[in-house]
Design a protein around this ligand. Structure first.
Ligand SMILES: [Zn+2]
Length: 140
């Protein structure tokens, strides 16, 4: 396997920031830090998919839409960021600090057994008591 030097600390969400200064504080269940925007939540949930962190995904899923449990099928195996080829935020609508709902349109690309896949979704988020939750997504 080829090593990806210097990429080890970068956030899986490809913000260009290091993980510890991007999504890691949200994913850390011991920290009380919450995403301030819908995009931040979307990015951290993407990281949770990369890391197979079902706890975080379920906790940030609106209770009315949340599945009972989460199986990471049809996805790259646990903690294999190299299999995730990219996350591109196409657009966001609302979802800022002062909003209580928002939408993030993104494209995620990944590889399973050498085959490339692409997921394009418009994710919807709502904020309840200062905490953002994912509700539903429209796959295009
Ligand atoms: Zn990030």
């Amino acid at each position: 396997m080829a090593k990806k030097a210097a990429k080890n600390n970068s956030c899986p969400c490809q913000s260009g920031l290091v993980f510890s200064q991007c999504c890691a504080p949200f994913l850390n269940s011991n920290s009380a830090i919450l995403p301030e925007t819908a995009e931040q939540l979307m990015r951290s949930r993407y990281c949770a998919y990369v890391l197979h962190n079902s706890h975080y995904l379920l906790n940030t899923w609106h209770p009315e839409h949340r599945p009972e449990n989460l199986i990471f099928e049809n996805m790259p195996p646990e903690n294999s960021p190299g299999q995730w080829l990219g996350l591109k935020i196409k657009s966001t609508h609302m979802g800022l600090k002062e909003d209580d709902r928002g939408e993030v349109h993104f494209i995620a690309r990944y590889k399973i057994n050498g085959k490339a896949f692409r997921l394009e979704e418009k994710s919807r988020f709502v904020k309840i008591n200062d905490q953002w939750f994912y509700t539903t997504g429209q796959i295009s």
